[in-house]
Design a protein around this ligand. Structure first.
Ligand SMILES: [Cu+2]
Length: 219
């Protein structure tokens, strides 16, 4: 009787000490993980901006993600000169995390609208404005986007975002899109070639259709 009781106690002690060991190992792993991510520092991402809608421009965007802070820089060239170009970071959890292709031209009118690109790049998450608000509310804040003097845009801004979006960018799932196409090459945005924008009928589609696109890949 006594022997059995002693055995039970001994078994309990062994069990307790194993639980303690597991807990200790778990804590060590967690501590190592947080030290590891602190040492890893900011995540650098880069997008090579390729033309859409028969544009002949190009460019590059870099986004460094440091916690919830984005350091964004964007350089683009051969855009419609002297005109503002809306530019955004797009992301959608259910998007393909890609730039759109001709297959996304669902109504086969030989142009890709911003909406047709959404299955590829998702909705606007950050408006890359020069000043003020950077939320999706500023998607079409045309007078706060860079003017392409000589067809070029040079942009730098530090922007605070939510943790979910910061994580998505760090995983290489966000896409930079620059908008503004001159389909009929008349040096301005007008309604003649493509009609009204599906986003805001008071604007020509030329002002809102995407012209450059690139996935922010982790470097
Ligand atoms: Cu956009």
């Amino acid at each position: 009787m006594r022997v059995t009781k002693g055995k039970k106690i001994a078994a309990g002690a062994v069990l307790l000490s194993s639980v303690g060991l597991i807990a200790a190992v778990g804590m060590t792993a967690n501590a190592q993980q947080s030290v590891g991510s602190a040492l890893a520092g900011p995540t650098q991402t880069r997008a090579d901006l390729e033309p859409l809608n028969n544009g002949d421009g190009g460019g590059r965007a870099t986004v460094t993600v440091d916690g919830r802070t984005l350091n964004v820089s964007l350089d683009a060239y051969r855009l419609l000169r002297g005109m503002p170009h809306a530019q955004h970071i797009h992301f959608g959890a259910t998007a393909r995390h890609e730039c759109p292709s001709v297959r996304d031209d669902t109504n086969v009118d030989f142009r890709l609208t911003t909406a047709e690109g959404q299955p590829g790049y998702g909705p606007v998450k950050v408006s890359l404005t020069k000043r003020g608000d950077t939320s999706p509310d500023s998607t079409l804040a045309i007078n706060r986007f860079p003017l392409a003097e000589n067809g070029q845009v040079h942009y730098d801004r530090r922007i605070k975002v939510g943790t979910k979006l910061a994580g998505a960018i760090s995983r290489g799932n966000a896409v930079v899109v620059v908008h503004g196409v001159d389909y009929n090459n008349n040096g301005k945005y007008d309604f003649r070639s493509a009609g009204r924008s599906e986003l805001d009928p008071s604007l020509p589609a030329e002002a809102t259709d995407p012209v450059l696109c690139g996935v922010l890949a982790v470097r």
